[in-house]
Design a protein around this ligand. Sequence first.
Ligand SMILES: C[C@H](N)CC(=O)CC(=O)O
Ligand SMILES: [Zn+2]
Length: 307
Amino acid sequence: SLSGATGRKVIITCAITGAIHTPSMSPHLPVTPEEIADSAVAAAEAGAAILHLHARDPETGRPDQSPEAFGRFLPRVKQRTNAVINLTTGGAPYMTVEERVQPAATFRPEVASLNMGSMNFGLFPMLDRFKDFKHPWEREALEASRDLVFRNTFRDIEFVLRTLGEAGTRFEFECYDTAHLYNLAHFLGRGLVKPPLFIQTVFGILGGIGPHPEDVMHMKRTADRLFGDQYRWSVLGAGRNQMPIAAQAAAMGANVRVGLEDSLWIGPGQLAESNAQQVRKVRQILEGLGLEIATPDEARQILSLKG
Ligand SMILES: C[C@H](N)CC(=O)CC(=O)O
Ligand SMILES: [Zn+2]
């Protein structure tokens, strides 16, 4: 059964590389198609049921949202694991929604991320922590985030829902604040999204809600009120908040997301050596709470995925 002998089955999502962190920040950030594929498979072997994937230019590490870039590692990942594939439609926050939707429209994954509102996306504070950059685009991207609006209008969101929904792709609804939960409720009210809703509440990104335990409570209370049992809750904490947020929320019934997309760390001032290392750490925390890890097929059942 999905609620194991001792505890509930918890879905671990691992976000392998993302588009926020840059290669000079950590030698362990997967950049090339080989690195992304190997890291994804290792994360699945460590216990991740869902793999959230972005692509990068192998030379510069710059985010690359072209279907070709995803095609360089996806077949290899699918050959080596039956983990659920979750392709980003967020891309990098400065890309257009037409560009951002291309990989998922091409590969029709079981899951695609969907950002539920427009927001400031403050990456520039990382310039206080990281000083030396190999590639000029790295510092430029962080600096540019002072003026950056991550655009996700109601028309953009509807466009992604219609473009991908037709192919049976379901969504990881990225909610960075309570407003985004209300936006999701709006689309539920219009029948444009179907329960169970996989809601990924995001904590600690500058421009979104903070990482305080009361912020976690506030997002959960709001989601419970708006969606009742029609949603499956998951949390991600950015940076140093990753494991504390996972621990608190898992004890309250949440699924969890880890990965180098969301945090480069494994401990205070200690860079994580791999995505799998973060999966093993969060797994330890979850099993310490008496919880069991969901397999990919159990995750498909919990989230009603097309499989
Ligand atoms: C905070 C995360 N970067 C949220 C994210 O993963 C967005 C996406 O890819 O669509
Ligand atoms: Zn992402």
